[in-house]
Design a protein around this ligand. Structure first.
Ligand SMILES: [Zn+2]
Length: 68
């Protein structure tokens, strides 16, 4: 898979939520500290039925795996 930069998204440095670029404050943790580069992500659709969500204690949403 080619590495492609996503320019219309950013990631909360505190909780790793992937958010639209125009978000000023993270809706999950309230942080305003964002990074623009990340690698990999998990999408949690139903946090109660998702094993990875339970293991990592994630809420529904899109979460980055690694930040730069
Ligand atoms: Zn956050």
């Amino acid at each position: 898979m080619p590495k492609k930069r996503t320019i219309n998204r950013k990631v909360c440095r505190n909780c790793k939520a992937i958010l639209p670029y125009n978000v000023v404050k993270c809706p999950y943790c309230g942080s305003s500290d964002f990074v623009e580069e990340y690698a990999g992500f998990v999408i949690i659709i139903n946090s109660e039925r998702s094993q990875i969500a339970r293991e990592k204690n994630l809420k529904e949403g899109i979460w980055a795996i690694k930040l730069f």
